[in-house]
Design a protein around this ligand. Sequence first.
Ligand code: SAM
Length: 308
Amino acid sequence: MLSEIKSAYLAPKGLNELLLNEVEAVIAVHDRLIFSSKPFIEAHWAQNIWKNTKIISIGSINDASKKLKALQKNWCLYSFTLHRRAKLIQEKLNFKPQKPLKFPITFPKTDLGSWCLLDENTLLASTDCSSPFPNGEPSFIQNKDDPPNRAYLKLFEALTLAGKTPKQGEFCIDIGSSPGGWTWAIQKCGASVLSIDRSPLDKKISNLKNVEFQKRDAFSLLPEVFIKEGRQIDWLFSDVICYPEKLYEWLSVWIKSGICKNFICTLKFKGKPESSIIKKFTTIPNSKVIHLFHNKNELTFIKPWQPA
Ligand SMILES: C[S@@+](CC[C@H](N)C(=O)[O-])C[C@H]1O[C@@H](n2cnc3c(N)ncnc32)[C@H](O)[C@@H]1O
């Protein structure tokens, strides 16, 4: 049975059920790791996808590390059984855990593989994983002084995966911005921000250079006003708490207008997410809908998306 594994999916903590709804031909589930007998699909709710998995027979700890190293250099373990043996193999692989990342970072093409023990003499490995982070978990150097909350970490993760960040002199709109974690991060990149929310920004953030705040309903903001001014928008960010259907409608107008180059939006769900609305977002050309490590019962829409 286990010899039929073709792909594996690591669920975010507490979200096995959502991922299980997406993955087909599930053979087994071990903690958060789901095995499938079908080739991988781009599951939205996966924290990491192990594509094209290989089953490898091993005679000893040394043999295991030799065989993994022969495939590639860097390996991350997901351990759900025989923890001590797995840990000894991992130690032999000499993979140094990633230090907290200083944002912004540019990722070299990742070569981080994932593996686990299936039994004493068999391991499962993939050299082709969807996430560049160990088990899909990025760790960024945190700033406990300047931003008003930890929401900036979600944006750091999204921008890192998007492979680009707002630049000096660019113009960005951030809706659902209060108290200002994302606005802080965007301003820190050197860009100007039009920050919009029905609630005020934290004073520290509204006083920042190149931040303009408007207290209003974000969905009343439409592209026409910028089109009339002949103004291009480099990034449109949304972290508004609203029904994804409402966001989709509003976003479609902006995408159709062609006035904005880049989009990062959180899709927030109350209870069980509707797959039909997720599908609508996924059919927007040149985009990705992904569950970030820093997302809760949310997905993140990123456009444009450059496949790795
Ligand atoms: C999760 S919070 C945003 C956190 C923010 N991104 C940050 O980094 O601090 C969601 C925000 O959406 C705002 N919001 C909800 N509906 C809105 C609307 N129609 N127009 C503007 N803001 C809205 C709420 O006031 C709330 O501040």
